[in-house]
Design a protein around this ligand. Structure first.
Ligand SMILES: CCCCC/C=C\C/C=C\CCCCCCCC(=O)OC(CO)CO
Length: 288
């Protein structure tokens, strides 16, 4: 069951770019809308497990990034971070939020949240980063492998690689039914080349600057919530402390028995932790 109230295609940037999103609830004065940004090779769907535990009084939007999910009509220039950020800015402007938003990003989506907050600080009231890649200083073997061009650990192309990938990214005993597996190979395999291209471009353009991006965040006074899984093998859990120290009003939570895919391993806990953080950081404070 989709918790989405509507799933709309919105066209921005002339006729070329479309961002698809789903929405739950309505804008509320005095309360930030919660905007969810998924990770690499993922989609807005990954957030449904979290959003279903967010109270109906909150306004939630989960988007599909360029080249992902049902967002369509993109070309390669949209995979460069700066362009993605400007695209998101246009998209957010079109939605006419009442308050500065709460931006929540998982993994690569967390890096995008950080980049957005540094470029458009006045649009953002609160940020939540779920195990974003912490940059070259805290690189895991898995990330190094990706950076050197071996992608099967997050872009499996064989059944064996698929099982290994799920096992290394999640701590949950996911029963890989034939149906689930079939679905993956049906939806992902034909986009593997596009995903590889996205990774190549990200590693070339934005990844080397991540350290600088995060450092700029220290001039940011908005409350920041950092969530990590203790068993994360892709984005090093040491990144959690590193980011928490950089950000002035930050709080950190590390889940036990949780791998890189926090939305898979701890969906309800994630929703509860975010709502709890929001309620302890009332909106008016974020404006100081
Ligand atoms: C489409 C727009 C791209 C713009 C580039 C933006 C930012 C660039 C930063 C980092 C790039 C490298 C990340 C590599 C690691 C990703 C891990 C990850 O996301 O894991 C997924 C599972 O696959 C979890 O949902």
């Amino acid at each position: 069951m989709l918790p989405c109230r509507i799933g709309l295609l919105k066209s921005i940037l002339k006729s070329t770019a479309r961002i698809c999103y789903c929405e739950k609830g309505v804008k509320v004065a005095g309360q930030p809308s919660l905007i969810f940004i998924h990770g690499f090779a993922s989609s807005k769907r990954t957030w449904l497990s979290v959003i279903k535990h967010i109270p109906h009084t909150y306004h939630c939007i989960a988007i599909d990034l360029p080249g992902h999910g049902e967002s369509i009509g993109f070309n390669e220039e949209y995979y460069i971070g700066a362009n993605v950020i400007d695209l998101l800015k246009q998209f957010f402007d079109k939605l006419h939020f009442i308050e500065p938003i709460c931006l929540i990003g998982e993994s690569m989506g967390g890096s995008i949240v950080a980049m957005f907050a540094t470029k458009y600080p006045f649009d953002v009231g609160i940020i939540c980063l779920l195990s974003p890649p912490p940059g070259e200083e805290y690189e895991t073997d898995l990330l190094q492998q990706l950076r050197s061009g071996t992608y099967h650990s997050i872009l499996p192309e064989t059944l064996k690689q698929y099982h290994a990938a799920v096992k290394s990214l999640s701590e949950k005993k996911i029963r890989l039914t034939r149906l689930l597996t079939k679905k993956y190979f049906k939806t992902h395999l034909h986009t593997v080349n596009q995903y590889q291209r996205i990774l190549q471009i990200a590693f070339e353009h934005d990844y080397p600057n991540l350290g600088e991006t995060y450092k700029q965040l220290k001039y940011h006074t908005c409350p920041a919530f950092i969530i990590w899984g203790r068993e994360d093998k892709l984005c090093h859990p040491a990144g959690a402390q590193y980011l928490a120290k950089l950000l002035s009003k930050s709080e950190l939570i590390i889940f036990d028995d949780c791998g890189h895919l926090i939305t898979v391993d701890k969906p309800e806990e994630t929703a509860d932790a975010i709502i709890n953080f929001l309620e302890r950081n009332p909106y008016y404070e974020s404006r100081l």
